[in-house]
Design a protein around this ligand. Sequence first.
Ligand SMILES: [Zn+2]
Length: 431
Amino acid sequence: MQIRHLSGNVYPKALDVEKYDFSSADQRKFYGGRKVLSGLAGLVLDHSWVALSVAFVAGAIVGSFLNVCIYRLPTELSIFWPPSRCGSCGQSIRWYDNIPLISYWVLRGRCRHCGTRFAMRYFWIELLTALVFSVGFWWVVQRDGHGFVTQGGASLFTREEVQALDGLAAEQRLRALQEKITLRLMGVWLYDMVLVSLLVVATFTDIDTMTIPLRWTVSGTVLGCLAGAWVAWPWPMAAELPNLSPWERQLVQYGGIVNTGTIMPVPLGAQMWPIWFPLPDWLPPGSWWTGLANAIAGAVFGTLLMRLIRGVFSWAFRREALGLGDADLMMLIGAFLGWQGVLVTLTAAVFLALGYGLFLLITARGRELPFGPFLAGGALLTLWGAAWLMRPAQAMFFDLPLLLLLAGAFTILSVFLGMAIRLITLILWAR
Ligand SMILES: [Zn+2]
């Protein structure tokens, strides 16, 4: 059964079929015995608005918790204890006054006891998180925004999973595959939402205090490593890559054409890129230690790159450029997006920052922002633009000589740039 050829019609329309009958053995093979998951996937497929609403509410609840983190992290308070209190009168806030999105309007933005105004921003962050969760659900799960189904380079299913469907009619087989894909995309969505939540807190603490708390970025990096081991590349694709000859693998690396005119890009995963392609034998695709290696490589590369840039520019400008918090944030981002994601994120962040700077110049209003929010924005663009970015970029990311050449050019360029800036500031300073 050629799953890849189903790609066009697996999404987005859900098939309306009679409940299919798996033999219990096949059911176990296909769902790992978790029947409740099949029901959940069915709900998402058949009642997309219900699913979106649940995602929205979940986002609002998470957003409410993120508010607590943004408020308490810089103060070294525990984020779990004590429960929320009014910052003015110290009265603890009852659960019915702490309902995300709603309570703010019921209380008209004031404390029930002393009437002190709460900042409107609490409401906005809850709304923002709710929107990102629900739009993210629509984009990742219901539209396959990462392009696993429509642009995937490898099969989404293992041979055993496909064999489990042998006894079913064609329509029922498709429905079962839809459910399985839906479940996996929900896993990807969870992975994405963990990163987004970490970025929201980093962004607003950076705006508030010009620092990003170390305990947040370190916890986030550890979380990224654990999550990476859980969804090791190429998951949700099947770990078994087609049997390719070395020559064919080289073609794949360049997004070349293999077998009957099918374009074979490096498969995308929840962890977008593998640490290297093709992976060495001791890093089998889909194993938890490969996922961990991807995450650690991303984290180490992220923090080292930012520290290098910080070093060069601090030396050139003779004052501190970029905070260490930015290096820590890039470590967190690298743990989720891999070392290639670090490069794409940095590029996107620089353009976002330049755009914002231009906006400040033209409108002459607003205020300067730290670099953290732009890094977060760049990471989001990378996360959800990867399906398109990967194709043109993969030839560069997995070609060692080219990579070394670019790294050398980058180093020389930054040193020269640093020296030029230093020279200019010295001349200006001497006057
Ligand atoms: Zn109060």
